[in-house]
Design a binder for this molecule. Structure first.
Ligand code: ZN
Length: 299
């Protein structure tokens, strides 16, 4: 029921959820239950027996969410810190219970303070008592539910490979969500080309694409762009000079058409991009140069 309730929340509010939404909880057999509590990292509702229902990133008061806190230990796993410094305390025993019985949990992974990306079903792969941490992998929700319902001998190796793959995807989505929040904040929730102030219609575009080696998901490699200008930029119909001036391709400039092309695209030829106020958020010159070279080549 918790998984289903989360699925409905994500369908309605998108992949990242504010704490206010998470803390409303869900209904189970006429009872109101919580997904998690604000104070605890490892949570089991008092109505539930056995292991934990969810775990959640704990952010130090006034602290920032560590960016790649979980990426250094291989791509196919998440690493989660145990509670406190006793691996056998009550909270950590809930994890142990879930681990020994392969019970799936929910992971509320902090994207920034007060904003979480729920990831589920997650399974505990192992507990490292010395390091006071456990490793987690994500699985496919529909397949997991089917396999839990049908007792059968699962091919452990196949499940392991599948979970690694799903975990890599989940981590990727998480990094994208963080990148988007940071970029949109740097640009004060407006398109860098047209200043459209609607976050629902804004993307965090990469200056150098993330499939390229230098295309890191960092704010100086990002631009907040509305859907239209993101599309125009990605199609190399619009380029940005390293000094921040917008240049349209010859093909666009040569096309004569109605008001959308004129007033939403062509009008920006030669105009300056709207830059973030903080210098460290502004586009990196090396990113702009690399991307502009490609625009010149294509255009
Ligand atoms: Zn725009």
């Amino acid at each position: 029921m918790a998984f289903q309730a989360l699925e409905a929340l994500v369908a309605r509010h998108g992949p990242t959820l504010e704490w206010d939404i998470i803390q409303r909880g869900f209904e189970f057999e006429g009872q109101h239950l919580y997904f998690a509590t604000k104070a605890r990292g490892i949570f089991r509702p008092k109505e539930m027996h056995g292991g934990a229902l969810s775990i959640k990133t704990i952010i130090p008061r006034g602290g920032r969410v560590a960016r790649y806190d979980d990426s250094q230990r291989g791509e196919g796993v998440f690493v989660y810190k145990l509670q406190g410094d006793d691996p056998d305390n009550r909270d950590n025993q809930l994890l142990r219970w879930a681990w020994e019985r392969s019970v799936p949990l929910i992971y509320f992974c902090a994207v920034e303070p007060g904003v979480y990306q729920p990831v589920w079903p997650i399974f505990i792969r192992g507990i490292d008592r010395a390091r006071l941490e456990c490793t987690l992998s994500v699985d496919d929700a529909a397949l997991t539910m089917r396999e839990l319902g049908v007792p059968m001998v699962a091919d452990a190796r196949a499940v392991e490979i599948r979970r690694q793959y799903v975990t890599v995807q989940a981590k990727r989505r998480l990094h994208q969500a963080r990148f988007r929040l940071e970029v949109l904040r740097a640009y004060e929730q407006r398109c860098a080309v047209c200043l459209l102030p609607m976050p629902e219609l804004l993307d965090a575009a990469h200056i150098v694409a993330d499939r390229e080696e230098t295309g890191e998901p960092v704010v100086p490699n990002g631009l907040a762009l509305c859907r239209l200008h993101h599309g125009v930029f990605d199609a190399d119909l619009m380029g940005i000079r390293p000094d921040g001036v917008i240049e349209l391709s010859k093909a666009v400039l040569a096309t004569q058409d109605g008001p959308t092309l004129e007033h939403a695209v062509k009008v920006f030829q030669g105009q300056h991009l709207h830059m973030p106020r903080r210098r460290e958020d502004q586009p990196g010159r090396h990113f702009l140069e690399q991307r502009y070279a490609r625009f010149r080549q294509v255009g």
